[in-house]
Design a protein around this ligand. Structure first.
Ligand code: SF4
Length: 355
């Protein structure tokens, strides 16, 4: 637990959190939408600072990043809480837990104990301890992931700044709802961001995520313009966001920023509250893949289905196989010059961070 950095003080001990686009106005004693930022007598506390709810070493491909140091690993860290309320969340057990704790304590009129409850969960790990752990274990990349890193922006960015000093890379896996203030700090120390485009419909965002679409689209553009390496993911939920017209809008939006941004279309599996939808079919993934390629995107990948996997990276110009992937292995072929980021066969620039 620590005083937040992204907030403003208002009259009568009210505060405005400026970490994400909700910009919650929080009364003394109350908590923001994410369930992890509480106003304590006019001071905004990040209840999850220094408290990691999940810590694992994951392949970078799992985040997923396919054009960022393929075959490497990232020490992956998340906390409790989220600023979205996605009814299909696959990590709901941690992302929604602080809100459940908050509601239980509110019923008992005991919200002041939320910080104690939140910090009982997980591991005490200060930014410096995370860096020491990385140095001892030879880990050279940290992913802020599992839940939304924006809600623990101070914890993530303090860690990332220390990591950068030691030559350790940093990546965000995010819903893209941060403020410009957070993006400004990210641009100093975050090397790559994987952002969800959950749909191209504001109605979908409101219905399924309890959020809005527009800030996400704006932030994707801003992150890209700031020079952070960006990859994007759309989870295809049958009947909800997988129509050809909607997928075309997403693909066109990405192509308008850059055809070099990788786009993942991934398969939905019923989870959390959205249990009445079927799994995404292989045909639907293929359709999305084709739509992305037709829009001119150089790199479209499909994942999480037994069929129709498009794992490999090919040169967009001459079709040479550059990076070969299956469920366990990643092989960077000789045909990719990782120093120059070019296809050796035809000399085309292959966008990404290759080493
Ligand atoms: S990070 Fe949490 S408290 Fe801050 S604005 Fe977003 S939802 Fe509200």
């Amino acid at each position: 637990m620590k005083e937040a950095r992204f907030y403003k003080k208002n009259e009568n001990d009210f505060v405005t959190c400026t970490a994400c686009q909700w910009q919650c106005k929080i009364a003394p004693g109350a908590v923001g939408i994410c369930g992890t930022r509480q106003n304590h007598q006019g001071i905004l506390l990040s209840l999850v600072y220094g408290n990691a709810a999940a810590v694992h070493l994951d392949p970078i491909e799992k985040k997923p990043f396919y054009h960022f140091r393929p075959g490497s690993n990232a020490l992956s860290i998340g906390t409790l809480g989220c600023n979205f309320g996605c009814d299909f969340c696959q990590n709901w057990d941690i992302s929604q837990l602080s809100k459940e704790m908050q509601h239980k304590l509110q019923k008992k009129n005991n919200l002041k104990d939320l910080g104690i409850e939140v910090t009982k969960y997980g591991y005490d790990m200060s930014p410096m301890q995370i860096i020491e752990y990385c140095m001892q274990s030879d880990f050279d990349c940290i992913a802020y992931t599992y839940n939304e890193p924006t809600i623990f922006a101070e914890y993530a960015l303090d860690t990332a700044k220390l990591a950068k000093q030691k030559g350790i890379k940093n990546v965000f896996v995010s819903n893209g709802y941060m403020t410009n203030e957070v993006i400004e700090e990210m641009s100093d120390c975050i090397d790559a961001a994987n952002i969800d485009i959950k749909s191209f419909s504001d109605k979908f965002y409101r219905k399924h995520c309890k959020a809005n679409l527009e800030p996400v689209l704006e932030n994707i553009k801003t992150l890209y313009e700031k020079g952070i390496w960006v990859e994007l993911v759309t989870l295809l939920i049958p009947g909800e966001n997988d129509s050809s017209s909607e997928l075309k809008k997403i693909a066109d939006f990405i192509a308008n920023i850059s055809v070099d941004i990788p786009w993942f279309v991934t398969a939905f599996h019923p989870d959390y509250k959205l249990l009445d939808k079927p799994m995404t079919s292989g045909d639907s993934l293929s359709k999305a893949y084709d739509i992305g390629k037709k829009a001119g995107l150089h790199y479209v990948y499909s994942k999480n289905s037994w069929k129709n996997e498009n794992f490999n990276t090919y040169c967009y110009n001459c079709d040479e196989l550059l990076v070969e992937r299956d469920y366990v292995e990643v092989r960077v072929h000789e045909s990719l010059d990782i120093n120059k980021g070019i296809c050796k066969k035809c000399g085309s620039k292959i966008a990404g961070v290759w080493k």
